[in-house]
Design a protein around this ligand. Structure first.
Ligand code: FE2
Length: 134
């Protein structure tokens, strides 16, 4: 069973942001599949690394957009990205050092992190891009 399913509830209505989010969801799902298959640290570590790299690029793209439209919530949204990234990097460090394994709790964390951030902050940003267009 797919761990996370894309649905219209998750769409913020901005095509590049939605595309990025779908890719992030695919990556979390891939991690879930590999974990369920009992793949080792090397494989999981690589996927986690790719997920973090993609997340950084995605955050940068959103922040560029916010600057472009002089989004008033930029500072708060950026701070939220930085906090999320710090949490994931901490997870990665624990995983790489062997202090922690990738567990279903880690996946739940990634899921909640994505869903909460998309549902609130990214929706506000997408809404602001619509206002600009009108
Ligand atoms: Fe965001």
């Amino acid at each position: 069973m797919t761990y996370l399913t894309w649905s219209n509830d998750l769409a913020v209505g901005n095509s590049f942001i939605d595309g990025d989010h779908q890719k992030l969801i695919d990556m979390v799902n891939r991690l879930h599949v590999l974990m369920s298959e009992g793949k080792g640290k090397d494989v999981l570590g690589k996927v986690l690394h790719n997920l973090i790299t993609y997340t950084k690029e995605h955050f940068r793209r959103e922040e560029d957009l916010m600057r472009k439209i002089s989004f008033p919530g930029l500072a708060d949204h950026k701070a939220e990205h930085e906090k999320l990234l710090a949490q994931v990097l901490e997870l990665q460090a624990k995983f790489e050092s062997g202090a922690a394994t990738l567990s279903i709790q880690v996946l739940h964390f990634l899921r909640d992190w994505l869903i909460n951030h998309i549902g609130k902050s990214d929706k506000e940003l997408a809404l602001a891009t619509h206002d600009m267009a009108h």
